[in-house]
Design a binder for this molecule. Structure first.
Ligand SMILES: CC(C)(COP(=O)(O)OP(=O)(O)OC[C@H]1O[C@@H](n2cnc3c(N)ncnc32)[C@H](O)[C@@H]1OP(=O)(O)O)[C@@H](O)C(=O)NCCC(=O)NCCS
Length: 193
């Protein structure tokens, strides 16, 4: 399956049906930790739910609305990063991600996110990437700020997490800003099979 090699340790691969077992095991093993910031954990209860997620991701990719990737660190599936449905009319997209608890702290997600933003601007030629993140989610805010996104505002009570609402910071990055910061060409967005 197509893969993007970020460095010697980290590979992004488009999710395929054969990844469903590993994906479900990863979610199941991180349930209470993921529950803190992600709204879909309780609706992904059985293996079939992960299979359906992968099938809908494949459809998203085939219809050219973006893709979802597994993040493999030294051969182990450690998390997911992907584009929400691309808004082609406005040349804009939003990115979402999560990492297994024990693989935090190595910069894996910062690198994966950098790669997807590269992909959005250099391959898809989009103009804007947005990431929304709960105001209290310090680790995720740190990734987005490390990459240089601008905090544009706060959407109040914008996400319902099981029994309470959280406010979301809205972060944005434009193609011009990204290229001014990181250069007009990217080296690390070549897929291999
Ligand atoms: C959000 C989440 C992905 C953050 O994970 P993370 O491990 O902190 O992020 P990274 O993989 O980029 O690692 C950054 C950490 O590695 C360190 N690091 C080491 N090498 C690094 C490198 N080369 N580049 C960047 N950071 C590096 C950083 O200093 C930072 O450590 P710190 O937390 O002690 O400051 C993770 O906590 C998560 O999945 N949480 C649950 C789901 C979630 O919140 N999703 C996001 C919703 S908006």
């Amino acid at each position: 399956m197509p893969s993007l090699h970020i460095d010697d340790d980290i590979v992004l691969k488009i999710l395929e049906p054969e990844d469903a077992d590993s994906l479900f095991a990863l979610i199941d093993g991180n349930r209470s930790y993921l529950h803190q910031w992600l709204p879909w954990v309780d609706t992904n209860k059985i293996l079939e739910d992960s299979k359906l997620f992968i099938l809908s991701s494949k459809e998203q990719h085939e219809k050219k609305f973006g893709f979802q990737c597994g993040i493999w660190f030294r051969g182990i599936l450690t998390g997911i990063i992907g584009f929400h449905r691309i808004d082609w009319m406005n040349r804009s997209v939003e990115i979402g991600y999560w990492l297994s608890e024990i693989f935090q702290g190595h910069g894996i997600m910062t690198k994966a996110c950098h790669t997807l933003v590269d992909y959005a601007f250099y391959e898809y030629q989009l103009n804007r990437v947005q990431i929304r993140c709960a105001t209290g989610n310090k680790k995720s805010n740190a990734i987005i700020e490390r990459l240089g996104f601008i905090k544009e505002g706060t959407s109040r009570q914008a996400e319902f997490l099981y029994d309470h609402y959280v406010d979301l910071f809205v972060y944005g990055m434009t193609a011009d800003e990204w290229k001014a910061r990181y250069g007009s060409q990217s080296n690390n967005i070549n897929w291999t099979n």
